[in-house]
Design a protein around this ligand. Structure first.
Ligand code: MSP
Length: 512
């Protein structure tokens, strides 16, 4: 089955920061998970290169917009591999192939009667590239997101008849209550729609940096239409020699809460106008905060993903962000917080569990896992876990899914302490004194070791989307490299030979 997952495409007016990395990591978790399920995944990300946010910064720096995007787009492109992002394509909206499809689709929308020429008069935020409605304006005519003064714009534009989609949008929200998650964001979008939709500019003539309107060359398309359309244009050329539109559309979109209106109101309306299906789901994340404020270039409080990863590795940064900040809510992040979770959860809870389990099999059983049944009480607590996790991920409950798995990490750690395999190992050696007790200890130790190694294997498969590099190392050491979701269930792994395992999350990394 085709599965398309997308990140927002990033404005290339500044360098990438952890706030950008966040959407990429969430989408990558979904992409990897769906590959494990056997889906034909197309994971799309890229850069949004037109419009005022880019043109203004280029003007400030005295370079052309093209020079600016050519300088910055590679920095976003470079972020992918560093994050272990498995994106299948990276679209740049300055790509002529993208521009041609934007022109084609928006011409269809016009031919279908959804476009007219009119005059725009109102408030505009050049950083959001957003025409603000009365309810979206903060005190003193400022932007509630950027805090800057809004501009009074007045120009002749081509308009999109958004208001004509009022009822169909309301119906969409009624028919599919979870097409936007979490619920709070869905309710926010619906309230905006119920407040009454106004038509919105389709083109601008005040700026020139954009995709030309083919029927009126004095205009470029308003950057948001050009940007949103990346999600479908890339399907035409993102995979060599194929058109993925039929096999992969509609998409699952991962976005931040500041771009909710565009994705949950403008975008489905445009798709309806173009005769296309609306997205499967829009998953809306909150903001990463630093000392209580949104991490952003303009606030000067950004954390550099490249630096954090250099020290702790991509797995740790991915894990930290998704664990620290419940997806959908805002949450504070810091390098101290990263260090803390690295040490307590990755190094101690999971890394140590993996090291101990493999080391004990090597010490007590000559590196071969005993071929016995797993412990019944542990099995009961792992039962159905892959289905639960899959359902949570489909519903956008990214952090809850991780917590559900982590409860089992903690469960196995308790299991080691309760069962004290080192005591069983001593008892089985004392066969001279009490052969019966020794035989019992042998059977118990077999069960404990098998449960631990099989538990760690199942956890590694489940955790793979969050910790792609270390879980592969671990599964290789367990002699069970298979990642498929069918093998995520506890007890489905074979009892084989176990190799040596170096610490997955070395403590000295955090000490540096
Ligand atoms: N170009 C538009 C998106 C077009 S999608 C068709 C845009 N770009 S952006 O670079 O400003 O932001 C990209 C994404 O990063 C947005 O989803 C935004 O919410 C997210 N983030 C930027 N800073 C963030 C945080 N501090 N925390 C979490 N996400 C944040 O908007």
């Amino acid at each position: 089955m085709g599965y398309l997952v997308t990140t927002p495409i990033f404005y290339v007016n500044a360098a990438p920061h952890l706030g950008h990395a966040y959407s990429t990591i969430v989408a990558d978790v979904l992409a990897r998970h769906h590959r494990q399920r056997g889906d034909d995944v197309f994971f799309l990300t890229g850069t949004d290169e037109h419009g005022e946010p880019v043109a203004n910064v280029a003007a400030e720096r005295g370079i052309t917009p093209q020079e600016l995007v050519d300088e910055n787009a590679p920095r976003f492109q470079a972020m992918g591999p560093v994050l272990e992002s498995s994106n299948d394509f990276f679209i740049r909206t300055s790509d002529p192939r993208h521009k041609a499809v934007v022109q084609e689709i928006l011409t269809t929308v016009k031919e279908e009667g959804w476009v007219y020429e009119g005059r725009y008069e109102g408030w505009y935020c050049p950083k959001c590239a957003d025409f603000k409605t009365e309810t979206e304006i903060a005190e003193g005519n400022t932007c509630p997101i950027h805090g800057i003064a809004l501009l009074r714009e007045s120009e002749t534009n081509w308009f999109f008849k958004l208001s004509a989609f009022q009822e169909r949008l309301e119906q969409l929200y009624a028919d599919r209550p979870d097409w936007v998650v979490p619920q709070s964001r869905r309710n926010e979008a619906l309230a905006f729609i119920k407040g009454g939709l106004q038509d919105v500019s389709l083109s601008r003539n005040a700026i020139t940096w954009g995709v030309e309107v083919p029927w009126d060359l004095e205009h470029v398309f308003y950057v948001w239409w050009d940007a949103l359309l990346n999600y479908v244009t890339a399907l035409r050329f993102g995979r060599e020699g194929e058109d993925l539109t039929t096999s992969h559309w509609p998409a699952t979109h991962v976005i931040g809460k500041d771009i909710l209106k565009f994705h949950t109101i403008y975008w489905p309306a445009l798709l309806m106008a173009a005769g296309m299906e609306v997205p499967t789901r829009v998953m809306v994340g909150g903001f990463l905060l630093v000392d209580g404020a949104k991490m952003s270039k303009s606030k000067g409080n950004v954390l550099d993903p490249f630096e954090a990863i250099e020290q702790y590795g991509a797995d740790a940064v991915r894990f930290y962000l998704l664990r620290e900040v419940a997806f959908g809510s805002d949450g504070s992040v810091s390098l101290d917080g990263l260090k803390l979770r690295y040490e307590s959860e990755l190094a101690n809870d999971f890394g140590n569990l993996a090291s101990r389990s493999t080391a004990m099999v090597r010490r007590y059983r000559g590196a071969v896992v005993p071929d016995v049944a797993v412990d019944a009480s542990v099995a009961a607590e792992f039962d159905g876990l892959p289905d639960t996790v899959a359902t949570m991920l489909d519903g956008g409950q990214i952090s809850q899914a991780l917590e559900t798995i982590w409860e089992r990490v903690r469960r196995l750690n308790r299991f080691v302490e309760e069962q004290a395999p080192w005591t069983l190992a001593k008892a089985e050696k004392a066969a001279d004194e009490d052969p019966e007790a020794a035989a019992r200890a042998t059977a118990e130790l077999d069960r404990v070791l098998r449960t631990l190694v099989e538990g760690v294997r199942s956890l590694a498969v489940l955790l793979h989307p969050w910790l792609p590099a270390s879980t592969v190392v671990l599964l290789d050491a367990l002699g069970a490299p298979e990642l498929s979701w069918a093998g995520a269930e506890l007890g489905t792994g074979a009892a084989g030979a176990v190799g040596e395992l170096a610490p997955l999350f070395p403590k000295d990394r955090a000490a540096a």
